[in-house]
Design a binder for this molecule. Structure first.
Ligand code: HEC
Ligand code: HEC
Length: 266
């Protein structure tokens, strides 16, 4: 079971705020800023009704977007690790957070807008599972206990991701990223899968109940950050941030002109 519905709800205020900022920019600076509007998100590349059955779809997508690095049968290559036995949670996490397909060789995959629709991701998950080897399933997440989650987080996650989930540098120019974008399922997936330098927390270390508690607490951290109004420009990108700086400068110029004008009048 995926938790898309609840995640959508939780993300909406953020989006609305970004849209409001985008609209304000357009009003303030005219149509030239249209390019700075927030990314409308991934455009579905295929409609499931006209596409091949899921099995074939998965084969096709995998050949096109993954095999060059991970090998036709997921055996791995110099450009990417073996996917045999990574499990559905790992594929769903890597593709669902837009880390994969890796756009180019880079020291650490980055979160981005997902390239594929939910159906396409599911097809990829199934195809990679057909390489065999088991591995963690996509976790089922239900609301947990907040105070318990706070304790689990402080002991196991804060050392890398920081007490507020803002992220922190690790070694070799790699970092533990901020936790503000991950959905409930993606949080649980990261815990069970241990992507990159993150350790795996199997059920012997953190029970399903503890993962639910933890997920509830991380979602709270996300909401607290929204309430603080923290960096609502995060998704607009450098172009928009440059524009904001520019608009602010313009405001100063206007204020200065008024002041000079008033002095000239007086
Ligand atoms: C340009 C090469 C490249 C492409 C294309 C690519 N990957 Fe990867 N993939 C990598 C590398 C490199 C890593 C290891 C990243 C790291 O250091 O964390 C990786 C890691 C992964 C992992 C985690 C493996 C593990 O051991 O936990 C999964 C799952 C994955 N990729 C799936 C995919 C899927 C599915 C696609 C296609 C949609 C894809 N990748 C496309 C290079 C690639
Ligand atoms: C040793 C440091 C370390 C610890 C401890 C750690 N993480 Fe991570 N975490 C990372 C790194 C590094 C990544 C990025 C992986 C990659 O390269 O893709 C990450 C990624 C994540 C992501 C994905 C964020 C996103 O938006 O894509 C989530 C969610 C996450 N961690 C949650 C947790 C939770 C919850 C805990 C505690 C149970 C935890 N982490 C403990 C290092 C750590």
């Amino acid at each position: 079971m995926r938790e898309h519905a609840s995640n959508g709800v939780a993300h909406r205020p953020r989006l609305r705020r970004n849209l409001a900022v985008g609209a304000a920019l357009v009003l303030a600076t005219g149509p030239a800023t249209l390019a700075a509007q927030p990314d409308p998100g991934p455009t579905p590349t295929a409609t499931p009704t006209t596409a091949a059955p899921t099995g074939e779809r998965g084969v096709e997508l995998y050949r096109q977007h993954c095999a060059s690095c991970h090998g036709e049968q997921g055996q791995g290559s110099q450009r990417g690790p073996s996917l045999v036995g990574v499990g559905p949670a790992s594929v769903d996490f890597q593709v669902g957070t837009g880390r994969m397909p890796l756009p180019a060789e880079m020291p650490q995959p980055r979160r981005d807008e997902p390239v594929f629709s939910a159906d396409e991701i599911a097809a990829l998950v199934d195809h990679v599972a057909s390489f065999g080897g088991g591995g963690p399933q996509i976790p089922r997440v239900v609301p947990g206990d907040l105070p318990a989650g706070r304790e689990v987080f402080a002991a196991n996650c804060a050392p890398c991701h920081g007490a507020t989930g803002a992220g922190a540098a690790l070694t070799d120019g790699r970092d533990a990223p901020p936790l503000y974008e991950a959905t409930a399922v993606q949080i649980a997936e990261a815990v069970r899968v241990g992507p990159g330098l993150m350790p795996v927390f199997p059920s012997q270390v953190l029970t399903d109940q503890q993962v639910n508690d933890l997920t509830t607490y991380v979602r709270r951290l996300q909401n607290e950050r929204l309430d603080r109004g923290g960096n609502p420009l995060g998704r607009l990108g450098p172009l928009a941030e440059g524009l904001v700086a520019w608009v602010a400068t313009l405001g100063l110029l206007v204020a200065a002109a008024r002041w000079l004008g008033r002095r000239a009048e007086g």
